[in-house]
Ligand binder design. Structure first.
Ligand code: ZN
Length: 318
């Protein structure tokens, strides 16, 4: 939505002058593309694709930006334009920042030993936009990444630099309505996990089963990590499980959780279902300091408020 249509936004005119200016010039990756970082990435992502190991291995394409990162010590070859743009927005009251999305394009596979260089440019500054978070400007930075001086890919990164919307009276920032501060946060339901929440509404705990290789998976994902198939069906969990691991939440106090059965510290557990997959949930029915690894638990559906039910697990002592 455009604000003040017809009225010239002078700040926008000044910001737009930065389009095309360098955000990083002749940057170089701190390490050559290497097997150690590739292995760490694959372990963190749970990606067992054989293309990323052994002789002839390539780096996962989505690592593109990782090779350009400056780490804690940063890069010394940063362009000044980006800092100036930020200072201008800070000075005009748009002091908050949130990363909104990124897009990548791949032109050449990266292999261990490749030397990475890059340039970044402030590609686009949007007109002033009003979002749920507040009013501000989207800034898109495009990074052109080269390997051995050949174009390897493009990484576009977009942020919103904004002035936060007026604070709500509710202690829980970002809640759309007043008085919701004592409610549990709403789950983010999207097209990849909608089936799971539909199952919860029907008091079924649904696991995805790959139609290609039969591998069960949780949480819900659009594809199978074992064989890559995008076809899947569901399997209903029996509801039996054990505590695989857990943490006890002491602090900070959060109104939505102290109003319920878990007043005070409560246990957040990684439950291993009888089917073999694991899920994060709460253990109820047992004092938080009596929860143990290996404790048998059974699925229940807990209604936390009129609009929300959650799968939780009831433990039994002894
Ligand atoms: Zn599969």
């Amino acid at each position: 939505m455009r604000e003040g249509q017809g009225v010239r936004d002078e700040l926008y005119e000044r910001l737009r002058a930065y389009e095309g200016q360098a955000a990083a010039v002749a940057g170089s990756g701190k390490d050559l593309v290497n097997e150690v970082m590739i292995r760490h990435w694959c372990e963190a992502m749970g990606d067992a694709n054989p293309a990323y190991t052994g002789p002839g291995a390539v780096a996962p394409p989505t690592m593109l930006q990782a090779w350009t990162m400056g780490g804690l010590s940063g890069h010394t070859d940063r362009g000044e334009a980006y800092d100036e743009l930020f200072a201008m927005l800070d000075g005009a009251g748009y002091g908050s920042v949130v990363a909104t999305d990124c897009e990548q394009e791949y032109l050449r596979p990266l292999r261990p030993g490749d030397r990475i260089t890059f340039d970044a440019v402030i590609e686009e500054v949007s007109e002033r936009k009003t979002t749920k978070l507040g009013t501000g400007y989207f800034i898109t930075t495009r990074m052109d990444v080269r390997a051995q001086d050949e174009p390897a890919g493009t990484h576009r990164f977009r942020i919103l630099k904004y002035r936060p919307a007026a604070a709500k009276k509710s202690p829980t920032a970002g809640e759309p309505e007043r008085g919701r501060g004592s409610l549990r946060p709403r789950p983010v339901i999207n097209r990849d996990n909608a089936g799971f929440w539909k199952g919860v509404a029907a008091h079924q705990l649904l696991i995805q089963r790959c139609a290609g290789c039969g591998t069960l998976r949780f949480p819900w994902l659009p594809g199978c990590n074992a064989c890559g198939s995008a076809e899947w069906e569901t399997a209903e969990a029996s509801g039996e499980g054990t505590v695989f691991s857990y943490v006890v939440m002491h602090h900070p106090p959060f109104p939505a959780f102290s109003a319920s059965e878990e007043a005070g510290p409560y246990a957040v557990a990684l439950i291993e279902l009888a089917e073999g997959v694991r899920m994060v949930s709460n253990v109820i029915g047992v004092p938080y300091d009596k929860v143990r690894v290996g404790m048998p638990v059974r699925l229940e559906f807990l209604r936390t408020d009129p609009e929300l039910e959650l799968p939780v697990f009831r433990g039994s002592e002894g």
